[in-house]
Unconditional design. Structure first.
Length: 375
């Protein structure tokens, strides 16, 4: 994998680049739809590729390991063969999903013991096992095993947690470097910067991850309960110290505004469940603002969901989509998810064009105002 930095900006840290993997190119900044259990919920691969125009999707080590299980994915020949997506895939390591389990998990130096959310069975993830699982899934980009420190952690907890993630990273790279890809194409390992909301811990974490000369670096532990100002400040602290010539990935972020502000602060890659999850609940992100499609005011609005939208689903009317969502028709969740993902991909593609054209900041400021507006 390699990264070409095509353009930087004078009045912003925003950058445009191209990541090349054995499964094709990714133009950055990019948004990656989340396909937790191997599918982007409700959306066919054909539409992810040709309508939403995604260039890379996510999978989750935690979910795929529990179900269908790694032996099934190996027998399929890897996740690309299993789900029919022949472009790049990034897998999260399970660090965040295990953290979300709360009482069902216990962290030790060795790793994380947890109970399955499916059947209550006991399992252990270690940095080594998580590398082996991601080799078997066949992700183009594998993530290090980390502890996602809660946003409200006190300094002592955050420091110990960041140091545990650091020791786990050493073990991840040791295992990664002593194993081979299983399916004939290359895989990269991205370290994850932690340190909660403490600038000095973030800087120490960056200094450590830089030792590995990785193909890219992730920023974790944000959008987990801290304020938006803290999230932006920590993003700035981290991108200031990361190498310029490698992609930066802000994990699990966020709203369209968060993404534009992240790009402005030097981030190249994003993922979030928000477009699909909120879409299923009837929340639509459009170029004019946010729509709650369940609202009575759309009952007889027969205009398109988004007149400027790039997806074929945008031709359906607001009144029809409202009816589908309120009636809990499957198609309602599908249309809303597909619209939102197409909007997110349009947003990052346009950001890229503005960066290349040299007028990113003024466009960003204008968009931020529109995107906060509720219709
Ligand atoms: N670590 C991992 N995955 C993540 C996060 C993290 O900190 C976050 C935090 N926003 C989302 N997904 N491994």
């Amino acid at each position: 994998m390699n990264f070409l930095l095509e353009k930087t900006t004078d009045n912003s840290r925003a950058r445009a680049g191209v990541i090349t993997t054995d499964h094709g190119k990714i133009e950055t900044p990019i948004f990656m739809p989340v396909g937790t259990a191997g599918s982007v919920k409700g959306i066919h691969t054909r539409d992810i590729r040709d309508d939403i125009k995604a260039e890379i999707i996510l999978g989750n080590t935690y979910h795929l390991y529990l179900r269908p299980g790694i032996d099934v994915i190996e027998k399929a020949g890897g996740l690309h063969k299993f789900n029919g997506w022949d472009r790049p895939i990034l897998t999260d390591s399970g660090g965040f999903q295990v953290f979300s389990l709360g009482d069902l998990r216990k962290l030790t130096e060795e790793g994380a013991r947890f109970q399955s959310h499916i059947d209550g069975s006991y399992h252990q993830f270690t940095p080594e096992s998580v590398m082996d699982i991601q080799r078997s899934i066949g992700a183009d980009i594998m993530m290090a095993f980390d502890e996602c420190t809660p946003g409200d952690a006190d300094y002592d907890y955050a420091k110990k947690s960041m140091e545990l993630t650091r020791r786990w990273l050493d073990r991840c790279f040791k295992r990664f470097n002593s194993t081979e890809p299983k399916y004939g194409y290359s895989q990269s390992l991205f370290p994850i910067v932690q340190g909660a909301t403490y600038a000095d811990l973030r800087r120490q974490s960056v200094a450590h991850v830089r030792n590995f000369d990785a193909n890219g670096y992730a920023i974790g532990g944000l959008s987990v309960g801290e304020t938006e100002e803290e999230m932006y400040e920590m993003t700035e602290v981290v991108t200031a110290d990361l190498p310029q010539d490698k992609p930066r990935y802000l994990m699990g972020v966020g709203t369209p505004v968060n993404i534009l502000e992240g790009i402005h602060r030097g981030v190249d890659m994003f993922d979030c469940v928000m477009p699909t999850r909120n879409g299923r609940n009837g929340m639509l992100f459009t170029s004019e603002g946010i729509i709650n499609i369940r609202n009575q005011k759309w009952e007889n609005d027969h205009s398109p969901i988004d007149p400027n939208g790039t997806s074929f689903v945008d031709q359906y009317s607001k009144a029809y989509l409202r009816h589908l969502v309120i009636s809990k028709e499957m198609l309602g969740a599908q249309i809303a998810s597909q619209h939102n993902l197409a909007f997110y991909l349009w947003l990052v593609k346009t950001a890229r064009e503005k960066i290349l054209g040299g007028d990113f900041v003024s466009w960003k400021n204008e968009m931020v105002l529109k995107l906060k507006h509720r219709l």
